[in-house]
Design a protein around this ligand. Structure first.
Ligand SMILES: Cc1ncc(C[n+]2csc(CCOP(=O)(O)OP(=O)(O)O)c2C)c(N)n1
Ligand SMILES: CC(=O)[C@@H](O)[C@H](O)COP(=O)(O)O
Ligand SMILES: [Mg+2]
Length: 629
């Protein structure tokens, strides 16, 4: 793809040489470049389309990379990547060895802070601004945060800290009136008030008016401050926090954005700029349906997203969504909670059918968990649907508010294990390790869709907290049974009888383990539960085999294999144990099937590891067709 202006821009320094009058054309080219690339790779689209002008303006006005831009979540950094010398690598976005979908310090000096989990930007930028102050460097730090990300407690903790510091910190609130799904809560209502009516219309011209007069800088700054404050409300929430609030201004109008940013840059103390953008801006289909285009797969930009001709395999998320509705139908006490992930967690239908029992609490995982605890105290049956990676945020709440009080909260832990294109930040690799150490908490690992439904019911029937962890995407295609029958609590099953070596599989890697076992001639046990561990079954298997292998899609350290090792130790059984799982390293983005294979967690890899470790116990491998020929 060739673009007349972008072809001349290899860094923000090049951008800053472009005459201001041509910046709109630059923005148009960036937007097209984003659309063309994402349509070929998949990725976060509507947020990126909405931040094109803001990105151009920030790099134009601030002296990046010396001035620091910190992008919250970072799912809107494709324009930033394009303008900071990575345009030629955009076709590799989110693929193995390619560009990350988020900012990464290792990827570019312009990526000043790695993000992906939301609401960290103000804290990080404040740290940078104060470091600059302490070192006498005088650089600016800018946090760019969305209205969705702004709802998290952490953002307010940072505002609370920043508001009393005199430093060169600018918070840009990118308000597109959307999270992934429509935003929720009182903050959203408040931002809508700030944008309403004449205030917004008048504020749109703040930058232009200031420019026309062109007074000296000090006066310019003073007037900007006065104008902005006068045009909006006397004291916004952000002013109460100690920030100088400017806005709201039109985040697609470079004529407003650039002079406003230039002037804010001159002001002392913490600054807060409220910009208004449209998610999906400039691509009609995304503007009309920003939810569908939040993170689409590949598509033809001329046609847009299309439904596949054949029904794809049911995902674990869909299995959960169906179970949730069915259980809610049966039990009026059930309430469903999501921290801003209605679509991703499969709760759209539940929301539609049970609006009074559906709670989207915003991006607020900690609150979600304690809120569930409160509901449980009053006899309701909360189901918290949460990605494994995001539950990390609420670990203390899980222990302090749920587990110690032994409250019956079900955690439907989606995206357990490797997630693929989102990479290390989103991988759900640690939940087994961090959950199984907490007293009163049980952890189930369904191997397929049918078990997922059954184990959710088992979890729901307990009088203590239970997490059911399942991976992103589809399973092997084992249809769930229609009823709501549980599986026995804490019990596994032998799936294949073999000799000398037994593979104990936890979760969906049961299937590659079975495939490997066919070639190895070994036993396979579907353990189903990490906690309680089925020690009775474990002891039987240990007694009848010479060696054990554990397989899990989770961190080896502290994982299910460790639980097996501990149980054997406790029983005084000394038995060779091979633990297969994810190593003590962060695994980057890429095709999840390939990533699993690279970790030796496909059938071939499992077979190879078992053969290598227990060669003396196994019959030699049958020669492959290739080596026979
Ligand atoms: C801690 C955490 N929870 C949930 C998410 C999932 N998530 C990613 S983007 C997003 C919405 C963010 O909304 P906003 O900040 O307004 O940005 P927009 O998508 O509107 O551009 C959510 C919920 C996340 N990345 N981090
Ligand atoms: C940026 C972010 O956190 C989400 O948009 C995430 O990428 C969604 O992941 P899924 O596609 O697995 O729902
Ligand atoms: Mg938003």
């Amino acid at each position: 793809m060739s673009y007349p202006l972008l072809d001349t821009i290899h860094s923000p320094a090049d951008l800053r040489r472009i005459p201001r009058g041509q910046l709109k054309n630059v923005a148009d080219e960036v937007r097209d470049c984003v659309l063309q690339n994402v349509s070929r790779t998949g990725g976060h689209l509507s947020s990126n389309l909405g931040t094109v002008e803001l990105t151009v303006a920030l790099h134009y006005v601030f002296n990046t990379p010396d001035d620091r831009l910190v992008w919250d979540v970072g799912h809107q950094t494709y324009p930033h990547k394009i303008l900071t010398g990575r345009r030629d690598r955009m076709p590799t976005l989110r693929q193995l060895g390619g560009l990350s979908g988020f900012p990464q310090r290792a990827e570019s000096e312009y990526d000043t802070f790695g993000t992906a989990h939301s609401s960290t930007s103000i804290s990080a930028a404040l740290g940078m601004a104060l470091a600059s102050r302490q070192k006498g460097e005088g650089r600016h730090a800018v946090a760019i945060i969305g209205d969705g990300a702004m709802t998290a407690g952490m953002a307010f903790e940072a505002l609370n800290n920043a508001g009393v510091e005199n430093c060169k910190l600018l918070v840009v609130l990118n308000d597109n009136d959307m999270s992934i799904s429509p935003p929720v809560g009182a903050l959203n209502r408040y931002l809508a008030q700030l944008m309403s009516g004449q205030f917004y219309a008048a504020a749109k011209n703040v930058g232009k008016n200031v420019l026309k007069v062109a007074p000296p800088l000090f006066e310019l700054a003073r007037r900007l401050e006065q104008q902005a404050k006068g045009m909006v409300v006397p004291a916004t929430l952000f002013e109460k926090f100690g920030f100088n609030y400017v806005g709201p201004i039109d985040g697609h109008d470079l004529e407003s954005l650039i002079p406003t940013l230039e002037n804010i840059k001159q002001l002392e103390g913490p600054q807060f700029l409220h910009v208004v953008t449209k998610k999906g801006h400039g691509y009609k289909l995304a503007e009309a349906d920003p939810v569908a285009y939040h993170g689409p797969g590949k598509f033809d930009p001329a046609v847009g997203l299309v439904h596949p001709a054949t029904q794809p395999k049911q995902t674990f998320t869909q299995v959960f969504g169906q179970w949730l509705c069915d259980m809610a139908e049966k039990d009026k006490r059930l309430v469903g909670i999501t921290p801003a992930m209605r679509e991703g967690s499969g709760m759209v239908e539940f929301h539609r059918r049970f609006p009074d029992r559906y709670y989207d609490v915003g991006i607020a995982e900690q609150h979600a968990v304690t809120f569930a605890a409160g509901l449980a105290c009053e006899g309701l049956k909360p189901v918290v649907a949460i990605y494994s990676t995001f539950l990390q945020r609420a670990y203390d709440q899980l222990i302090h508010d749920v587990a110690i009080q032994k409250l019956p909260v079900v955690f439907a832990l989606d995206r357990a294990g490797l997630v693929g294109a989102d990479g290390a930040t989103h991988a759900g690799n640690y939940d087994i390790a961090y959950l199984r150490t907490v007293p009163n908490v049980s952890v189930a690992c369904p191997a397929d869709e049918r078990e997922c439904r059954q184990l959710l019911t088992t979890a729901y029937e307990q009088d203590h907290p239970v997490a059911v962890r399942y991976p992103r995407g589809a399973g092997v295609g084992v249809q769930p049974l229609p009823g709501l029958d549980p599986l026995p609590f804490g019990k596994g099953e032998v799936r294949r009888e073999g000799a000398r070596v037994a593979i104990l599989a936890f979760g969906s890697l049961l299937y590659p383990a079975l495939e490997a076992a066919e070639r190895l001639g070994v036993t396979v046990v579907n353990m189903r539960w990490v906690k309680p561990l089925d020690t009775e079954l474990l002891m039987q298997v240990a007694a009848s085999h010479d060696a054990l292998v554990t397989v899990e899609e989770g961190a080896i350290m502290g994982g299910a294999g460790s639980a097996v090792g501990e149980a054997l130790q406790a029983a005084g059984i000394v038995k060779p144990l091979l633990q297969l799982g994810l190593p003590d390293t962060f695994i980057e983005h890429g095709d999840p099937v390939k990533l699993l294979a690279m970790q030796g967690l496909d059938a071939k890899g499992i077979e190879a590891s078992v053969r290598t470790r227990f060669a003396d116990l196994l019959a030699p491998a049958a020669p492959s067709l290739k080596s026979v020929a």
